[in-house]
Structure formats: C-alpha cells, structure tokens
Write a protein that binds this ligand. Structure first.
Ligand code: PLP
Length: 473
C-alpha cells in the first residue's frame, strides 16, 4: 500500500491573484523609476552570489519575500536595458503589451512544436508573419500562401543557423560538406561564423569578404572569392549579406550581391537583425532594395520593435530545403493533420523540438501600438540619432567614424584612441547613459544606438550635452 502523500503547496487561486497584482505593481514601479537608477550597476564579480543563501529553502516562502529580494538582490545589480539613457550594443525593447502577452504565454503553458499540439500557436504565428510582410514592405515570396513562409525563432543566431542548414541540404548535404564554401563580410555578425561551425564547417570554409570605405561588403571581392573557389572545384553554397551591421550599421549592396549568389547557385540569406524594424516606415525601405532576391531573411522585433526578447522573425522563400534538412519524425509525434500535409509543424523549421507561444507578445504589440504607433517609435529614434550625428559632426573635437545608419551613430575623438576611450568611460561613469564601443579601421569608436523604448529626443539631447560638458571640462 502507498502511504498517503501530501499534495504540493500550490498557490491558491486567490493567492495567485494577489501575488500577480503585486508583481504588476512592482514592475510598474520599476519601470517608472528605472531612469533614477544608474544604467550600469556598481557590481563586483560575486556580489550577487554572496547575497544568496547557500541552498534552496526547505519549505516554501511567502511571495512577498520574493519581491523584496528582487529589490534587495536583483535590480541593484542589473544593467538597466530599459533605461532611456541606454545606448549600448543594440536596444532590447520591452513594452507593457509585450510583457502582458508574455505573461499569458507563460500562464497558458502550451507547446507549439506541432500544429496539433496547440493549433492557435501555429496559426497565429503564420498569420502574423504574413502581416509583417505587408507591414515592413517585404517581398511577397515570403508569404505562407506560396512555397515559403515565416517562423518565430529565439534569436537571429538560430535563424541564421537554420538558413545555413537549409543551404547545406540544398547543396547536397553531408556528402559535399568538405567542398562547401560560405561567404559573408568581414563586418558581419559573429553568428554567421558560429552557424557555420555548428553546421560542421571548418573555419576556412567561411570566407570573410573585404569591405569598402563605408564598411559594406565589396561585391567585387565577393565575385573574385567565388570565382577562385569555383576554379578550385569548391562549391559556393551560402552567402550572407547584412543590412545594418552590428559594428557600424553598414548596409551590404544587395542588388550587386544577389546576382553573384544566384549565378553561383548559393543560398542568399539577409541578416537585418537590428535594422529590420525600420522597415515599418516606408521612407527607410531603400536599404532593403534587392531583398526580393534573397532565399531567407531575419530580423528581430526583440531589438527595436517593442517586443521583449525573444522574438526573431525568419522567412524563407521556399520552406522545402529547410524542413527537409530539419524534419525527423519519431513515431510518438505522428498525427493525422501532419500526415495529411494540411498544416505547418514548426518543429521542422527550427533546431529544438519544443517551442513557446511567442507570437502572443508580438500580436499584443501590433494591436496595441498599431502600424502608426510602431512608425512613431522608429521615426522618433531615427530623428534623434540624425540630430545627434549632425551635432557630433559639427563639434570641433569629434568626427563621425561611419555614415550614420537609421538610429546608430559611430564617432571618435579627433585626438585619437585614448581620448575616445576616456570620453566613453567618463560618459558611462555618470551613470546616466551607457555607450559601448567598436573598432573601425583599427581605431577606437564610440557607438550610440538610439532605440530604448523610453528614449526620446530630449534624452538624446541630454547625451549630447553630457558629451559637450565632458569635452569642455
Ligand atoms: C544582434 C545581431 C545579431 C544577433 O542577434 P541574436 O538575436 O541575439 O542572435 C545578428 N546579426 C546582427 C546584424 C545583429 O545586430
């Protein structure tokens, strides 16, 4: 006989309701006060662990203690990515509707690996990815009504890996693997390199193509690399172009790159992880010219489109090579809807099996802000950044280090690397702003990525005022 076991101490529905309200209240207070905190915390390595107990509690604790410890142990030791003075890396937007969509996704606790494991998860996702094509002026060949379609991935890195795996499959798979060659610019995101590594390519199988004076891929250099490899009996299978590089916002010339990829029979993947959000504004779409010739495309609403991480949108013109590369069907997942070919099973469009209900937060954002709200978000940031770029260019001690793209401004001190680095450190030491740096032409460069949810034109002007003050001091 089994002894009678105690049930686990689940929160009662009433306790959950109260704790839930308290959590939203806590979050609202945090959001309202985030600009009073230093953007970068004064934390030393080990500070957070020193404040935590050595072991998990033996019995459950009251929920109020948890929120109190958020105040005591967690928030003082966070880089405040939602601070309006956050200009580092690229933004990682969060917004109230996104948070609420995320909350519902967690509470529903559903898995969308197959259509049949939760039909609304798949169908809402497919539908939104079609909406986004119209919303961002993307090529219609990415619509789910044709051979292609879109999927939400956790990150652009995963999407790029999937593009590489699809391309590898289309090129002949494992049998030709040693002869495959991939191409991207020397300024491309490191995810291209990581994707090739995971796909089983040796590091010399990815060619990093030289860039021009504006840090965009030089198509002539690409043409020469492809021709050389073909002459050596190698197989160009994958070209990744970037619209808006991480370092400087450079835009690779798609209209020149696309025909080269096509002539070589290589898959063309376009990475616009950051810049893609600007596609919601028709006036910024010129940089995407040529995208209609791409085999796949990725951009991240989790960077600059008000949707909290993770939400990376990935489209393919033809889903065949992708699902052929990634589909493995064990008996326990067989079901009539899949067998009939009547549905999309997104587990075949990604590496993991399980998948979250990510489209809910995007749906909430799209419906809460509307197209016009999203456009206002992007336009305000671009205008603020362009104004900052103008003031930087006019400043006697500063110069732009690259042409500003959208809301990214790269600049340096005319006195050289040490002066640039000192300025960055002095700015960050104010606690009011966070900037990060890069190197362009081997010289130290400050980056200002305008794009945090709460950042307005007056915040960016405050940054310029700080820069001037520090240079005058
Ligand atoms: C940020 C970024 C990535 C990586 O995005 P994840 O979603 O974090 O993987 C890739 N490419 C570019 C151009 C980026 O700016």
């Amino acid at each position: 006989m089994t002894e009678s076991l105690e049930p686990p101490p689940h929160m009662s529905t009433e306790e959950f309701r109260q704790a839930g309200y308290a959590t939203i209240d806590w979050l609202v207070n945090h959001m309202e006060g985030v600009d009073q905190r230093p953007v970068t915390p004064p934390t030393q390595p080990g500070d957070v662990r020193a404040a935590l107990p050595d072991a998990a509690p033996q019995t459950g604790e009251p929920f109020g203690d948890l929120l109190a410890d958020m105040d005591r142990i967690i928030t003082p030791h966070l880089t405040q990515w939602q601070h309006p003075g956050f200009y580092g890396y690229f933004p990682a937007n969060s917004s109230p509707p996104a948070v609420l969509g995320e909350l519902l996704s967690a509470g529903l606790g559903v898995q969308g690996m197959l259509w049949s494991t939760g039909p609304a998860i798949t169908e809402l996702e497919t539908h939104l990815l079609d909406w986004m094509i119209d919303l961002c002026g993307l090529p219609e060949k990415f619509l789910s009504t044709g051979p292609g379609g879109g999927v939400i991935q956790d990150s652009a890195s995963s999407a790029t890996l999937c593009a590489i795996l699809a391309a590898r499959h289309r090129a002949g798979g494992a049998s030709v693997l040693p002869r495959l060659r991939a191409y991207t610019s020397a300024q491309a995101h490191s995810s291209a390199e990581k994707g090739c590594l995971v796909a089983g390519l040796a590091s010399d199988q990815l060619r990093l193509i030289d860039t021009d004076k504006n840090f965009a891929m030089n198509p002539q250099a690409l043409a020469e690399a492809i021709a050389q490899d073909q002459a050596d009996g190698l197989v160009p299978f994958f070209v990744m172009a970037t619209v808006g590089t991480t370092s400087s916002g450079a835009v690779d010339p798609l209209p020149k790159i696309a025909p080269l990829a096509k002539a070589a029979g290589a898959w063309l993947h376009v990475d616009a992880a950051w810049a893609g959000s600007a596609g919601v504004c028709p006036e910024y779409r010129e940089i995407f010219t040529g995208l209609d010739q791409a085999d796949s495309y990725v951009f991240n609403p989790h960077k600059w489109l008000l949707t909290n991480f993770d939400c990376s949108l990935f489209w393919v013109a033809d889903a065949g090579p992708l699902t052929e590369a990634l589909s493995i069907v064990p008996e326990y997942l067989r079901n009539p809807a899949s067998e009939a070919g009547a549905v999309i099973d997104y587990r075949d469009w990604q590496v993991p099996l399980g998948r979250r209900f990510r489209s809910l937060k995007l749906w909430f954002v799209l419906r809460s802000y509307g197209v016009e709200g999203l456009q206002a978000h992007i336009r305000n940031h671009v205008a603020a950044a362009q104004d900052l770029a103008k003031q930087v260019a006019q400043h006697p001690q500063l110069e732009l280090a690259a042409p500003p793209t959208l809301a990214l401004v790269c600049f340096r001190h005319l006195d050289g690397d040490q002066a640039s680095e000192d300025l960055l450190q002095a700015l960050n030491a104010t606690g009011e702003v966070l900037l990060t740096h890069t190197k362009l032409n081997d010289r130290y460069v400050l980056r200002v990525a305008v794009g945090a949810t709460q950042t307005t034109q007056s915040h960016v002007q405050h940054l310029m005022d700080l820069i001037k003050e520090l240079l005058d001091a």
